[in-house]
Design a protein around this ligand. Structure first.
Ligand code: AMP
Length: 286
């Protein structure tokens, strides 16, 4: 595995791959890798000639008071895991290389951001879309891999690729979970022992909500009440529990089509997010 830190080095390497006609799978991450990230790399490795993984804790997607400084980092361990999973290139640029001097242009996301995490993390998805536009221009990927754990992010990237005519296939990958159902996340290390015991309730609550829909419930309020009632039994504080059309993230009076049931729960030091995406039409057909 090649490990690069300079944007210029990456550009030269990508130019070489492209001149050789190789397909490139790209897995952007913020590091502190776990099985969720590695599943993306393994999938990318099966579907492309070359896999580029980036590790970059992007300052522009963190708001004031968020955990930019405290975000867990362990590059040595990450490099070993990335290589084992099949990454060919690990790109770990510095913020000053990704954002050289004062920026002339930033990407502003106009839709799909006024709900879920976007509602409380103002500017977060602008930062995500801006850094991904930079990465996409550097890596020139054939396919880019995103986890559905961050389903709103995948919806925003879907819009970015479509609106800017980017010649990239977005591959959305199902959430990888711990045995007890908790979605794997770099932030899980910040849970106390007690919170770690309670945290799987989040997915259990979402599953209960999904069951209700499966049983024919079409009123979003009723489903959300079920979810919040269960999560309220934990010490976490619900930031949101919401249901929208996916990937449009628009509200629905009556549930139909593809929907996302998502929530965010704040524990003492970690804010956890999770979701279930349900294709109601498909369920009704089967
Ligand atoms: P992050 O490092 O948190 O920015 O995540 C990098 C990529 O890994 C994103 O596309 C995430 O959606 C994805 N990812 C994170 N956790 C999981 C998980 N538990 N299952 C699947 N993908 C994940």
């Amino acid at each position: 595995m090649k490990q690069l830190t300079e944007t210029q080095q990456l550009k030269e390497l990508i130019a070489q791959y492209r001149s050789e006609g190789r397909t490139i799978g790209f897995v952007p991450t913020m590091g502190f890798l776990h099985e969720g990230h590695l599943t993306l790399v393994e999938k990318a490795s099966k579907e492309n000639d070359i896999v580029v993984m980036s590790i970059f804790v992007n300052p522009t997607q963190f708001g004031p008071g968020e955990d930019y400084e405290a975000y867990p980092r362990d590059l040595k361990r990450d490099a070993r895991l990335a290589e084992q999973a099949g990454a060919d290139v690990l790109f770990t640029p510095s913020p000053s290389d990704m954002y050289k001097g004062e920026q002339n242009v930033a990407v502003q996301v106009k839709r799909r951001t006024d709900v879920l995490c976007g509602a409380s993390r103002v500017g977060h998805f602008d930062g995500v879309a801006t850094v991904l536009t930079k990465f996409f221009n550097l890596v020139k990927p054939t396919r880019a891999y995103f986890g559905l754990k961050d389903a709103q992010q995948a919806a925003v990237v879907d819009g970015l690729i479509e609106d800017f005519f980017m010649d990239i296939e977005l591959v959305a990958v199902d959430t990888v979970r711990e045995e007890d159902g908790l979605a794997k996340s770099s932030r899980n290390v910040y849970l106390t022992e007690q919170e770690r015991k309670e945290a799987p309730m989040i997915y259990k609550a979402l599953q209960q909500g999904a069951e209700l829909i499966k049983d024919g419930e079409r009123n979003p309020e009723t489903v959300i009440k079920t979810v919040t009632d269960i999560i309220e039994n934990t010490s976490g504080v619900i930031d949101y529990a919401e249901l929208y059309a996916y990937p449009e993230l628009t509200p629905l009076k009556t549930l139909n089509g593809k929907v996302i049931l998502a929530c965010a729960v704040q524990f003492s030091k970690a804010r956890l997010i999770d979701n279930i995406i349900i294709d109601i039409d498909e369920w009704e057909r089967s």
